[in-house]
Design a protein around this ligand. Sequence first.
Ligand SMILES: Nc1ncnc2c1ncn2[C@@H]1O[C@H](COP(=O)(O)OP(=O)(O)O)[C@@H](O)[C@H]1O
Ligand SMILES: Nc1ccn([C@@H]2O[C@H](COP(=O)(O)O)[C@@H](O)[C@H]2O)c(=O)n1
Length: 317
Amino acid sequence: MSALFSSRRFHASARAFVSSSTLFGTSRRFRHGMAASVASSSEAKSNSNGPNGRYNGRINGVEGKTPFLIGVAGGTASGKSTVCKRIMEKLGQVDMDHAQRQVVSISQDSFYRELSPAEKVKAERGQFNFDHPDAFNDELIVQTLKDILAGKKCDIPVYDYRTNSRCENQSITIYPADVVLFEGILVFYFPEIRDLFHMKLFVDTDSDTRLARRVPRDINERGRDLEQVLNQYMNYVKPAFEEFCLPTKKFADVIIPRGADNTVAIDLIVQHIREFLANRKQNQMKGEDQTTPSPATSPVHGARRPNTPDVYFKRPH
Ligand SMILES: Nc1ncnc2c1ncn2[C@@H]1O[C@H](COP(=O)(O)OP(=O)(O)O)[C@@H](O)[C@H]1O
Ligand SMILES: Nc1ccn([C@@H]2O[C@H](COP(=O)(O)O)[C@@H](O)[C@H]2O)c(=O)n1
């Protein structure tokens, strides 16, 4: 079993309760960032090989290795995508060619299912429940994540919140990577999806803060008006969070209070990923791969971890 991916090692190093009072005072606004390239369908097809004819920029034998798959759950506007973006930034993965990235981030929102005409009318009135598990195409999520774990390049839909539907003729190309972050409100809800993750993070941000962030975001970025945002929140978002999202917190390995403000938690996760990447590189240079997530920590191989969080990054009381 890979020593690096023994969860015990990571958890032992992070088990201490972390004092955060001086570190978490700053409130910063971050912009969403796609960690994969967005292309039209034709563009996506022409990208099947990476630069210099190497498959996705990687050398023979490497593309088949299982990426380390990290699930990132949490309520709406808790900071899931911002946490993922922070991780990517700290690993120097943002300003680089998508095909060359070692770490990529994917949103569950790309997998909202297509609505029927009647549902579309409801959605336009803010009367469709986008926070219910039925709103997602979970089969497509499972298939995509399995393809990713098999080291395959895949194209995923681009979602438009303004039209409540997929953008026609557009896809996001996800190139094989060493680490894949998959974030969304219900990524731990479906057992078949949940069991694919090697590590599960839950971004735990206060509900008032989340609502205060969601209102301007939905108005400015998702084409909604105030009344619609508040009605949707009270009728669907909040009840569904309590029924479907919050109960999945128990599946998390790491709970990140305050999201992207929690730099200590993010740094620990980044450090863990750095060690994984360095170890994988070293083993590849030796011509072997001992860093494929091991059966003990890899649900892909059927082993399960206990459903209790191992680590809390917690402010002392
Ligand atoms: N730590 C933070 N401080 C201030 N604003 C934040 C912070 N984290 C996220 N935001 C803002 O809150 C909104 C929701 O954040 P986002 O990361 O998209 O959440 P999620 O992916 O969980 O929906 C965005 O407008 C983002 O810029
Ligand atoms: N057409 C849609 C699709 C989704 N939503 C809301 O988005 C939220 C999930 O995205 P986060 O970035 O906030 O995690 C979810 O709460 C849905 O209500 C929407 O409003 N319209």
